[in-house]
Design a protein around this ligand. Structure first.
Ligand code: GLU
Length: 531
């Protein structure tokens, strides 16, 4: 028996040859092809979103193609409806996949299937070819044997893993392999590496520049006992056949590049451009660590959806992680759409940016301050319908009131920047929504002074006698109060603000009068005077 005969017996699912696949998935016309390739865990990490943003921009800013591929070869990591959950996590983000799964069963695009577990026959075809050429072999080492080997290696002070003389089955004969298989021994397919860790390889990472590493000499697993490929093998086969030009992924894969370059070469493929993104970091006491799925709720993209950060704010903030030139560009072009900025991977930080919630909030306040009151209203309502139904009711039932609140202080260089996320709205504006003010005692103490009472009575009388409350009216009575009562500055503004809102700060005074309207203003002044 020879390798070809063995391959035909062992890998019966592959009905097409690599040459046929090459014809079926021809090189693409579009220049740059990128992909986002998550496992269907149902969880989208903010670092995953960052990677997807980079991948999307790198492709689309040059008219390329960006697609979604689901990497479900590790069955342990899969959750039910994980694909839909990933797609859902992207909802609202202007990150459009040109190809890939659209839900659990359907997909679009001519380079699929885009779910790895549906590509078994393809991996088999390529593994078969490697087996035929003697570049792969069947390995029967059990878990226990591999464990024992590791211990021996540690004892002898050599590198651990399956390589060189330790890879005991790399020269197994087809007959021996067949006999073992007939006895029911479980096995995997391994690469017969031709590398040596004495030699070095060099490549250029689009983010990190020139990198040198030892060549791969591990006989890595290609197909596991369940017949599914490892990440490494699937990466080479898929990114080749889907014609990915730029593999942009997490830094954790950087150390595997020598394996991947050997795989591409063994398979006769051209290697893609690699770009390895540093993880997003978090300050933890005095040290820094990766933002973690397990420990940090803010690691999940869902966290931002739930808190009501507009997706445009999240993107605006993440742009600073993507390109160190972004902040300067934005300062010069405050109103241009974010996609007018051209990202350049060589300007991406290699040390991993620090996630800063306060910075996000301030970026988001800027972003929201540049939109219209109607946009704020509509976005807040859409959010509230899903996450805060009492707020949705208020927005619906008191549309005019809420619109006038959102409209106040909007626009211009000194635009009000108070809302960072839609969930801020109730606490920022509850004093307009409810008449139950709950005056804090320090404010109460200020309001009972004789001077304040004179001031509030004066204001009360003027409001009671007016037909219209507009800006001019409010400015007029403030000026008159200054003259009549002899107070100015804080001594004038604070008591009025306290009486009307029970707050230290908020909208401009004239907006407060106008939003409350005559009756509510009068009753608040009266309450303050009687309180
Ligand atoms: N499924 C891999 C991961 O989630 C994808 C890495 C890649 O983009 O190649 O880490």
């Amino acid at each position: 028996m020879n390798n070809t005969e063995l391959a035909d017996i062992l890998l019966p699912d592959s009905t097409m040859t690599p040459a046929q696949y090459e014809t079926k998935y021809p090189p693409r016309k579009a220049g740059i092809i990128t992909r986002f390739a998550p496992s269907p865990t149902g969880y989208l990490h903010i670092g995953g979103l960052l990677a997807a943003l980079v991948e999307e921009r790198i492709a689309h800013q040059d008219g390329g193609i960006f697609y979604l591929r689901i990497e479900d070869t590790d069955k342990k990591r899969e959750v039910e409806n994980g694909v839909s959950a990933i797609i859902e996590a992207f909802s609202g983000f202007p990150i459009v996949f040109d190809e890939g799964p659209v839900d659990e069963t359907n997909e679009k695009g001519a380079y699929g299937p885009y779910v790895q577990s549906r590509r078994k026959a393809i991996y088999q075809a390529y593994c078969k070819e490697l087996l035929r050429q003697g570049k792969a072999y069947t390995c029967f080492l059990s878990e226990a044997e591999l464990e024992g080997m590791k211990k021996d290696q540690e004892k002898s002070g050599v590198k651990t893993g399956c390589y060189g003389r330790w890879a005991r089955h790399r020269d197994i004969t087809p007959d021996d392999a067949k006999a073992r298989i007939e006895r029911g021994e479980p096995y995997v397919f391994r690469l017969r590496s031709s590398g040596s860790d004495i030699r070095r390889i060099e490549f250029t990472d689009a983010i990190r520049g020139r990198i040198e590493m030892p060549e791969n000499d591990f006989d890595i697993v290609l197909l596991k006992t369940d017949g599914l490929p490892t990440y490494h093998f699937a990466h080479a086969v898929d990114d080749h056949l889907m014609r990915t030009t730029h593999v942009i992924r997490g830094e954790e894969w950087l150390s595997s590049v020598p394996v991947h370059l050997e795989l591409f070469a063994s398979l006769g493929f051209n290697a893609p451009v690699y770009a390895h993104i540093s993880p997003i970091m978090k300050e933890d006491g005095t040290s820094r660590r990766k933002l973690s799925k397990r420990h940090d709720p803010e690691a999940a993209v869902h966290f931002y959806h739930e808190a009501g950060y507009p997706v445009s704010s999240v993107i605006e903030y993440l742009m600073n992680f993507i390109d160190t030139g972004y902040e300067e560009w934005r300062a010069k072009n405050p109103l241009l759409p974010v996609n007018d900025f051209r990202i350049d991977l060589s300007r991406m930080s290699v040390s991993g940016g620090l996630f800063d919630m306060q910075k996000l909030a301030s970026v988001s306040q800027d972003v929201i301050s540049r939109t219209t009151a109607e946009d704020v209203y509509e976005s807040a309502l859409t959010w509230a319908k899903r996450y805060d139904s009492p707020l949705a009711d208020i927005l619906t039932q008191r549309r005019e009131l809420m619109l006038s609140i959102f409209a106040s202080g909007r626009g211009g260089p000194k635009a009000r920047k108070d809302i960072a996320k839609w969930s801020d709205i109730p606490s920022l504006y509850d004093h307009f929504i409810t008449d139950d003010l709950n005056m804090p005692s320090p404010m109460h103490e200020v309001l009972v002074s004789a001077e304040c009472r004179r001031l509030l009575s004066f204001i009360h009388e003027r409001v009671a006698n007016t037909a219209t409350i507009d800006s001019a009216f409010v400015q007029g009575i403030l000026k008159d109060a200054q003259k009549e009562i002899g107070v100015k500055g804080k001594a004038l503004y604070h008591p009025i603000r306290y009486a009307l809102t029970a707050r230290e700060s908020g909208l401009d005074l004239d907006a407060i009068f106008m939003i409350l309207g005559k009756e509510r203003t009068l009753s608040r002044l009266k309450n303050a005077l009687e309180g």
